[in-house]
Design a protein around this ligand. Structure first.
Ligand code: FAD
Ligand code: DLZ
Ligand code: SF4
Length: 511
């Protein structure tokens, strides 16, 4: 007797051959369910580039699974029967096939886990073991620690994987070469940039659909170049390793006008959707080092981002639980200024990062942290609105990775779970690490008065405003000493200047 089929749910960011739900399934009996649904396109108004990337990659992955012998039931967005939610599509598939149960791989957002748990047919979720560190392992590591710091976690992951290890010791004798990775951009710095892929017929169809349905949202589809299958993602990996990895470390924190990518990998979009895995990426980087093609500071720095930061961030999300995004340690409540959606500001750094984000659904780490994030924190923007902005605008954004980076690392709204002190700076840092200030209406060298850089005033205003919270933090003592040493009139002028900037923001005036 042939037993009933089960439904095997494969989500848009689960496009991996080695997926726990597929491993549990029976190819001859079970049915893979994939669906393009409005509940996922609309829970925040994602950048159209992200939707186009995911839909094209989902359609190609469905074809790939069919070629591999799976039966796949795929719902297109414009299918008139589409119920437009993942649980709804599982129910419709169950009605059509006689299936009574479904299995899946744990989604990366509590929102969707809850929707599946509360859905009309039972879904058994298996752990997402495409990550290096399981929830249980992270819990064991975190248990009993006064504070969680990425560096200690990272060393465990190095030992566990053996990456850049020799006889139990870190390659080169040090665990972390970050100090070598903060070089300002030399004049005329250019980079090869990411590998650009010409859209094929599947992608072109999706681009037409997405332009039609989501074209009026923040962000553009013009010049779409993301890879949308594993072969393309692997080619992008090879390209990065050969062309940009050698300089990744040196210019990791640099920012250059008109060059959003520099020597970054531009792989998170593929890695987070499952087209690439952490191990193959890290092994490719390590092999480049072994072959003498990339220096240790670059390779260690790169591997740390993936087995260190990425795994640590995910551990924090699942440990902290569904309420994490509601945290607001500093009580920040200002609305997100309109210019975050338009780039229409006189601040050249913000204008550049926001307009390239609109064009590419990408910005690199320092742009996210020290420009858009820094301004939001200094200006006291409501962290939940900031979190939603980041979830909307980046093609690699899923709550498991976006929210600890925003709520924790960038906005300090979790009270220090991710970061030991707030990542804030005045204009000096941006000026040192970029060429943005050269073309700005504001003067980065001016501390107060007309045309003074807003970051300069907001920085001290932030520290002053939150003195009670940060005064006792040894890592911030030097900043408070510097503030206290300033002349009282100057301090007043700084605070008045900051109040003026904030008043203009509140009035919706141009800043
Ligand atoms: P590279 O700079 O080349 O780094 C290599 C890889 O390391 C990345 O592909 C990524 O997988 C990993 N990585 C590096 N830093 C982090 C980090 N802090 N957390 C997790 N993974 C990391 N990353 C996302 O994947 N999705 C997000 O939604 C996201 N939101 C962010 C929001 C803020 C405010 C900040 C400060 C960082 C955010 N990051 C996010 C982390 C980081 O900025 C991106 O992973 C990185 O910019 C992706 O580009 P890349 O592939 O060129 O990375
Ligand atoms: C982000 C996204 C979008 C825009 N659309 C879909 C979709 O139509 N169908 C789908 O299965 N997944 C989509 N995704 C990815 C999911 O939102 C993602 O799986 C969850 O947020 C969990 O990480
Ligand atoms: Fe940004 Fe200030 Fe520099 Fe202008 S002067 S680009 S606002 S840091």
């Amino acid at each position: 007797m042939v037993s009933r089929p089960r439904l095997i749910l494969v989500l848009g960011d689960q496009l991996s051959d080695d997926l726990s739900a597929l491993r549990e399934a029976d190819k001859d009996r079970d049915i893979v369910v994939m669906a393009e649904v409005q509940a996922e396109t609309d829970y925040v108004p994602h950048h159209p580039r992200k939707i186009a990337f995911l839909f094209a990659a989902m359609r190609k992955h469905a074809a790939h699974l069919r070629d591999a012998g799976w039966t796949v039931r795929y719902t297109l967005l414009d299918d008139p029967e589409n119920t437009h939610s993942i649980p709804g599509e599982l129910l419709r598939a169950a009605d059509a096939t006689g299936a009574q149960e479904a299995i899946g791989t744990e989604p990366g957002e509590f929102r969707l886990i809850a929707a599946l748990e509360d859905g009309p047919i039972p879904v058994h979720l298996f752990p997402d073991d495409r990550f290096l560190c399981s929830h249980a392992e992270f819990e064991d590591w975190a248990e009993g620690r006064k504070e969680l710091r990425m560096e200690w976690f990272y060393r465990e992951m190095r030992r566990k994987t053996g990456l850049l290890m020799a006889d139990g010791e870190p390659a080169g004798g040090k665990w972390n070469y970050d100090k070598e990775n903060r070089k300002p951009p030399p004049k005329g710095l250019t980079s090869p940039g990411p590998l650009r892929h010409e859209p094929d017929a599947v992608t072109r169809d999706v681009l037409t659909l997405v332009r039609d349905r989501f074209g009026n949202r923040y962000g553009t589809l013009d010049g779409f170049w993301f890879a949308t299958d594993r072969a393309g993602a692997l080619a992008a990996l090879d390209h990065f390793i050969a062309k940009s990895l050698p300089s990744f470390g040196d210019y990791q924190d640099a920012m250059v006008m008109g060059q959003p990518f520099l020597h970054h990998a531009i792989l998170s979009v593929y890695l987070n959707a499952g087209l690439l895995g952490w191990r193959e990426i890290c092994e490719a980087a390590e092999a480049a080092h072994d072959a003498g093609d990339a220096p240790l500071n670059a390779v260690e720095g790169f591997i740390r981002q993936i087995i260190g930061w990425r795994e640590f961030i995910r551990g924090v999300y699942f440990r902290e639980g569904p309420d994490y995004t509601a945290h607001n340690e500093l009580g920040a409540s200002r609305d997100l200024p309109e210019f975050y959606w338009s780039g229409d500001t006189d601040m050249a750094c913000l204008r550049e990062c926001i307009t390239t984000t609109m064009a590419e659904a990408y910005a690199h780490h320092i742009q996210r942290l020290m420009v858009t994030g820094n301004f939001a924190l200094l200006a006291g923007l409501d962290p939940h609105q900031v979190h939603e902005w980041y979830l909307v605008v980046y093609a690699d954004a899923y709550e498991w990775v976006e929210s600890p980076n925003v709520i924790g690392m960038s906005q300090f709204a979790d009270g220090g779970v991710v970061a030991s002190k707030p990542y804030v700076s005045g204009g000096n840092y941006i000026n040192r690490m970029s060429d943005y200030c050269k073309s700005c209406t504001y003067a980065v060298t001016k501390k107060v008065g007309e045309h003074a850089c807003p970051f300069n005033m907001l920085y001290w205003d932030f520290l002053d405003r939150h003195r009670d919270r940060f005064d006792g933090n040894p890592r911030m003592a030097q900043m408070y000493r510097t503030w206290d040493r300033m002349d009282a009139d100057h301090r007043k002028a700084v605070l008045d200047g900051a109040a003026g900037v904030l008043a203009r923001l509140d009035a919706g005036e141009r800043v």
